[in-house]
Design a binder for this molecule. Structure first.
Ligand code: HEM
Length: 487
């Protein structure tokens, strides 16, 4: 009896071990355990260091099993370019069976799979953002309009220390809210603070330990575990979108759009029932863009001001250049960047070091394909590790330190190395890049022109290690605000 149980156990073990083998010519990776995959080999709180360690062992294209699901990690410029640029279409899919898909009801644009609905919505967003003044003055006016409130907030703190977190999150949220809904909210508005709180919380939950367990072990998905919180947050945000949509439907004049939502409703009327544009899509679509435009820009700003306060010589050099170029001018314009090579270098260096979306948004392969000689079947989960470009040795003069020289040539001119891809690249590249770059430039230049930001004497040594999530967030900090004398 015992020997037959042992025999069956051995047979089962052999089957599981055989099943654990990677398919032929699949990217290499550590041996996986049946059922669990490689999950025990990762720090679920922040696996970025593990991913770097695995890259050193297995090379720029390796695989890991999240439960029984294989994921291919892409690292370094060469492999990233082959996947996202040369083979853009083949790597342009999005997974549809993850935690994030379940929380967002498979609607919206960020997580939409490669196909006609995604294409129509992406094209519509790009066109509408452009029509609302991306690259033109009206978007600059909106951003400057919001900066006035940031200035007011900072003026109240002159001579004191303040934490910039809520202010930058609300400012970024307001800029995108103006585009989407034609309205902004006061920084102490309870309602918008709750929405922004939902965004920031979900950005941590979406690839945190519970999401990883949810993705790896489908059997736990209906259990009342902490990942339920993310569903609740989306529900709260959906209520907010739907309320604004109803307001828009009741007050709009067809053909005279006031904002993005009106444009969408016009487009819906024009298209009729083509199955792509619908109200259900719209409420998640605007939420996607609101979320994508809030937590990214604000965390980049927070990183920027952390470094400005702790690298005063870099802050001062920016201020000298800003004073010189804006001499006598009332407001900075986005075009001024061409005359500010140092400021441009600093802002790009902030983005490089901030590494705001470290693992991009996950992709999938849309067909059987190859990458760096490996075979990758259709539907494979692809994780583009953008971190590995932003600090890749050989691509940067100073890959591991905050140094604007990374973006300056010997003549002091601004140059952008190819490995600078914080917005990713190719078909799925960030569609808000233009808006984000304009926001970062105008906000940083205007605030550095007017104020001096100081690391408080009693604040101890700054901690630059960010908190992990879909977006990396600087640890909470406060800075002292002074009004500049020369302006
Ligand atoms: C510093 C700010 C920002 C950074 C670093 C950033 C970064 C990214 C990255 C890495 C992706 C994933 C691209 C891929 O899958 O290959 C992405 C996608 C996206 N971003 Fe941004 N983003 C920023 C700001 C914005 C803003 C302001 C908006 C709002 C208009 C926005 C809207 C989107 C959307 C809608 C997508 C999904 C695109 C698609 O799937 O086709 N982002 N972003």
């Amino acid at each position: 009896m015992l020997s037959s149980v042992l025999l069956w156990f051995c047979v089962l073990l052999i089957i599981l071990l055989l099943k654990s083998q990677r398919p032929k010519n699949f990217p290499p990776g550590p041996t996986r355990v049946p059922i669990l995959g490689n999950i025990l080999q990762l720090s679920l709180d922040n696996p970025l260091k593990d991913f770097e360690r695995l890259r050193k062992t297995y090379g720029n294209v390796y695989s890991l099993y999240l439960g029984s699901k294989p994921a291919v990690f892409i690292n370094g410029l060469e492999a990233m370019k082959e996947a996202l640029v040369t083979k853009a279409k083949e790597f342009a899919g999005r997974p549809q069976d993850l935690f994030v898909n379940d929380t967002t009801d498979r609607k919206g644009v960020i997580l939409a799979d490669y196909g006609p609905s995604w294409k129509h919505h992406r094209r519509f967003a790009l066109m509408t953002l452009r029509n609302f003044g991306l690259g033109k003055n009206s978007m600059e006016d909106r951003i400057h309009g919001e900066i006035k409130y940031v200035i007011k907030k900072l003026e109240k703190s002159i001579g004191k220390t303040m934490s910039p977190k809520v202010m930058f999150h609300n400012a970024s949220s307001n800029i995108i809210c103006q585009v989407l809904f034609g309205r902004r909210y006061e920084y102490d508005d309870k309602f918008i603070n709750m929405i922004v709180q939902c965004f920031t919380e979900n950005a941590k939950l979406a690839n945190g330990p519970w999401a990883m367990l949810y993705d790896s072990f489908p059997m736990i998905r209906s259990l009342p575990l902490p990942f339920r919180r993310a569903f609740k947050n989306v529900e709260i945000c959906q209520k907010f979108s739907k309320q604004l949509l109803t307001e828009h439907k009741n007050t709009r004049v067809p053909g005279e759009p006031r904002d993005f939502v009106d444009c969408y409703l016009d487009e819906m009327n024009k298209r009729g029932e083509d199955g792509f544009f619908s109200e259900a899509q719209l409420s998640m679509y605007v939420l996607d863009i609101h979320f994508a435009g809030t937590d990214t820009t604000s965390n980049t700003l927070l990183t920027g001001f952390l470094y400005f306060a702790t690298f005063p010589h870099i802050q001062e050099r920016c201020q000298q250049e800003i004073d010189k170029v804006l001499n006598g001018k009332d407001l900075a314009s986005f075009d001024d960047r061409h005359n500010m090579p140092y400021v441009q270098a600093v802002i790009h260096e902030v983005q490089r070091i901030a590494n705001t979306v470290p693992l991009s948004v996950f992709h999938t392969t849309t067909q059987d394909t190859e990458l760096m000689g490996y075979t990758i079947p259709k539907g494979t989960l692809i994780i583009p590790n953008l971190t590995t470009l932003l600090n890749e040795e050989g691509q940067w003069k100073f890959p591991h330190e905050f140094n604007p020289e990374n973006f300056l040539n010997d003549q002091g001119e601004f140059v952008k190395p190819e490995a600078f891809m914080p917005f990713s690249a190719g078909t799925r590249m960030c569609l808000g890049e233009g808006l984000a770059r304009m926001e970062l430039f105008l906000i940083i230049v205007t605030l550095l022109r007017k104020f001096k930001f100081i690391w408080p004497e009693d604040a101890g040594k700054p901690d630059y290690t960010p908190v992990y999530g879909v977006t990396l967030t600087p640890r909470p900090y406060s800075m002292k605000i002074l009004l500049r004398e020369t302006q």
